[in-house]
Every structure is written in C-alpha cells, then in structure tokens.
Design a protein around this ligand. Structure first.
Ligand code: SF4
Ligand code: SF4
Length: 290
C-alpha cells in the first residue's frame, strides 16, 4: 500500500477533537502502521478528516477542500459535532450534519473521541486492519442501556442536552433510542434515570460506517388508558411506580390495582374535570387506610 495523505479541516471545532486528532500522530497509536501521514495541503491528501460543526462560514471551504482531494477520496468525521452538530445542533450559524454536504466513509463518535478510536476510524475508512485497544480501568464510554431495567419513563430524554435520546411511540410500543452520533458523554441520562438503567460503557465505542445505525435502544409496551383506550404510559413504568409506593407503605398493596389503574390514565383524560373525581377517590381510599 502506498503512503496515504491525511488532511485535517476544522469547520468549527472547540479544539477538543483537534487535540485528539494530533495525538494520533504519536508513534504508539500507529498511524505509521496505516502508512498514513498528515499533509499540509488538500491536493496532497486523499483522506479528509473533518472536526467540528459545519458553520455557515466554513461550508464553502469544506466543499472546496473536498473537491481538491486526490482519488479515491475518503472522508472521516471526528466527534459528535462533525457527526451531527452535537451540542450545537439547531444553532443559527450551524449547518449539520457534515454528511449532508460531502460523502462520509467513517463516523468516529465521542466528545472528543480518544486517539485510539480515531486511528480505528481511519483504518476502517481505509479498509485496513488495525489493532484492538482495550479500555483502561474506570473508563467511561458512551451510555449503554439496560433494556430489562428501562421502563421508558422519558426522564433521560428530557435532560439530554444533545438531543441524543428520542422516545418514539407507535401503537402500543414505545422505543427508547440512544443515538451515539449525537451523544457528548455528559452522563446526565445516567444521573437522572430512576431505574439505574443507563451506565457508561466500560469499552471504547468503535467508529461506524453508517451513522444511522450507531446507537442502542429498548422497546417498552404501553398500557391502555382505562378511560379512553389510548396507549401512552409504559406498563413497566406503572408497575415500577406502584412497587415504589407499596415498598414505602406495605398496606397499600391491597390497592395495587386501583393505583395502577390511576397511573395508566393518559394525560388527556387527566386534564378533564369529569375524571378528577376518580383520582380523588383513590387518594381518599389510601388516606382512610392510613
Ligand atoms: S428508565 Fe432510565 S433509560 Fe429508560 S427512559 Fe427512563 S430515564 Fe431513560
Ligand atoms: S450522555 Fe446521555 S444525556 Fe448526555 S448527551 Fe449522551 S445520551 Fe445525552
């Protein structure tokens, strides 16, 4: 294999990913093994490494640099910003994602990704074999979801600052989707999850060749609203809710059915004055039994 020229373009990065890309030059990460070296001009390169969000001002430069690359052209995007816009998605001066403007061969997730993951992503883009890097002790990677524990409560979706978590309801199913192309490793989801269902992976998440498939998900069954029949509240969440109440006050166990029925009422029915009385009657029952 002849030597490969790698050109790095910063389209709007905070420099976090830049620093990690330059770390890849250190001998221990074996860029030399890939027969790749950083070059100063796009004309000398056939690999383009993009870091940062694509800002309005840098869009033309991105397209120009891509046009100047030698064939066969290979593009690797490094870090959540370049993959999806990361924390800057929806900003007025940010155009995302990079693959909307140039074809991308390798997606390297993280905020920022480690040099090991960047080197792995380059190797994948170049279709060459590269070594495995085990994660050190205490390593905190991208969030992993325990589908058994997840109740689909949506607390994580509400706190995620990078729009990396999405809850999709279809019929009587809710899908909790974690999208690694957007995740910035902030761990807010782990902190807020009431079920202890999210934990940072103890391994490095590898780069991917397809952005859409980078992530993890859990599927939850939705319970029927006892008043109008719509599906809105996850059945597991209802069970977890009643478990918690009964754990605190054991004698409420005899009202489990009432509690779970009330918890399954959808938000629309909850707002109707006519339905408030049935809610009150459960509270009354619990109160009288105390
Ligand atoms: S149980 Fe945890 S992981 Fe599942 S939706 Fe709720 S906060 Fe998210
Ligand atoms: S760690 Fe969790 S909350 Fe933070 S960006 Fe990633 S998915 Fe969102």
């Amino acid at each position: 294999m002849s030597e490969i020229g790698v050109y790095r373009l910063n389209t709007g990065s905070c420099n976090g990913c830049d620093i990690e890309v330059f770390s890849v030059l250190a001998t221990r990460f074996g860029l030399g093994e890939l027969k790749a070296k950083i070059v100063e001009k796009p004309e000398q390169a056939n690999v383009l490494v993009v870091v940062g969000v694509v800002t309005v001002k840098m869009l033309d430069s991105l397209k120009e640099v891509y046009a100047k690359l030698k064939e066969p052209k290979v593009v690797a995007v490094v870090g959540a910003c370049a993959l999806s816009g990361g924390i800057f998605q929806k900003s007025y001066n940010v155009l995302e994602p990079t693959d909307k403007f140039v074809p991308v061969n390798s997606y390297i997730p993280g905020c920022p990704p480690s040099p090991q993951v960047i080197a792995d992503g380059l190797a994948k883009a170049l279709k060459v074999k590269y070594r495995e890097w085990p994660a050190p002790e205490g390593f905190r990677g991208l969030p992993e979801l325990d589908a058994e524990k997840c109740t689909g409560c949506s607390a994580c979706e509400m706190v995620c600052p990078a729009f990396a978590i999405e809850l999709v309801d279809e019929g009587n199913k809710r899908t909790v989707k974690y999208m690694y192309d957007k995740c910035i490793n902030c761990a807010s989801c782990e902190e807020v999850c009431p079920e202890d269902a999210v934990h940072p992976a103890r391994k490095r998440h590898p780069s991917g060749l397809d952005r859409g498939s980078m992530g993890t998900s859990a599927e939850e069954e939705l319970a029927k609203c006892p008043l109008c029949g719509t599906f809105q509240v996850p059945a597991k969440q209802i069970r977890s809710f009643s478990d918690r109440i009964i754990e605190k006050v054991e004698k409420y166990n005899k009202f489990r059915e009432d509690i779970e029925r009330a918890a399954a009422v959808c938000s629309g029915c909850r707002k109707k004055i006519a339905n408030i009385d049935s809610g009150k009657s459960i509270l009354f029952k619990l109160m009288m039994s105390s």
